[in-house]
Design a protein around this ligand. Sequence first.
Ligand code: PMP
Length: 388
Amino acid sequence: MEQTKTYLSETVNALKPSGIRRFFDLAAGIEGVISLGVGEPDFVTSWSVREAAILSLEQGYTSYTANAGLLELREEISAYMEKGFHVTYSPKKEIIVTVGASQALDIALRAIIDAGDEVIVIEPCFVSYAPLVALAGGKPVTVQTKKENDFKITAEELEQAITNRTKAVILCSPNNPTGTMLNRHDLEEIAAVAKKYNLLILSDEIYAELSYDEKFVSLAAIEGMRERTILISGFSKGFAMTGWRLGFVCAPEEITQAMLKIHQYAIMCAPTMAQYAAVEALKNGQEDVIGMRKDYRRRRNYFVQSLNEIGLECHVPGGAFYAFPSVQSTGLTSEQFAERLLLEEKVAVVPGDVFGESGQGHIRCSYASSMEQLQEAVKRMKRFVERI
Ligand code: PMP
């Protein structure tokens, strides 16, 4: 029978698949590839955390939890945020446990956007932001940051993107893909703009545990920002728990309760065994987090220095586990560089432009790999750069 119509929504039809996927498909068909492509820890979740999940299953805790998550976990999250980040949130009213930071982003946007509302997306950034804004019925307005500013947004750049339809800004520090971390001064500049224009900020703090040179500052801890911040975080990165699919959101009651309505209809609750694991991660997991942070820092120092030595200029990323070197000296575009590096030297990286226009001329390399893998990758990249 002839297909006469599409059943898909216009919004979904207009979404482009993530540019990262093409590279994974390409790399999957090649043997002996060193992958610096994926954005996840190479560590396995701590044994005591895995054991807590196993114990919960042995005890038969296999039912739904409260919609917002186990109260015990929300209490642990509240204590963790207060102790580590100097922000105070009520476990009963202002915290929701979500299916990764991804779901927290999704329900936050759906809770605040009316059709046509604009949300400012600062690029280069995590590939999901703009599509999630569009899926919520909003209009993503992208702003490009500059390499000269270490990819930090300035108050002027932010102000220029604001219109009378602007509702919110999505901010991410430490950043994926640039690794840039915003310090207190940077956050204060952004906060002043948010206050002046009465904007809400979705602060994606998923990499908060992975800051290497300065202490991480939460946007919600900046004066006057708590009431206009939706703080999104989770266990995937700092606690090496990507596969558990567990995140959380902290925000003023009005916002969390609106988000909870969507969460209860669409998801019900985050997975129960993962929640028991997360309680253990927060109670006893800090030592392992500190150990992993030390290891990433060592790898970052080696890898970023090596990139600069082989002629791929790279600022020192303050956090996360990404290096974002420039490949402009090679005369290749991001995509050409990434594709040829993969085919000729079997090293997988991600072209910078998939994270936004200003990522052109760069590549994202994840250094969440063993030192041996990083050393081999550097050897191959050096050979490649010298050849071209
Ligand atoms: N935000 C950023 C900036 C990320 O890099 C990622 C994962 N790549 C996420 C959110 C999603 O994390 P989660 O696994 O908690 O859904």
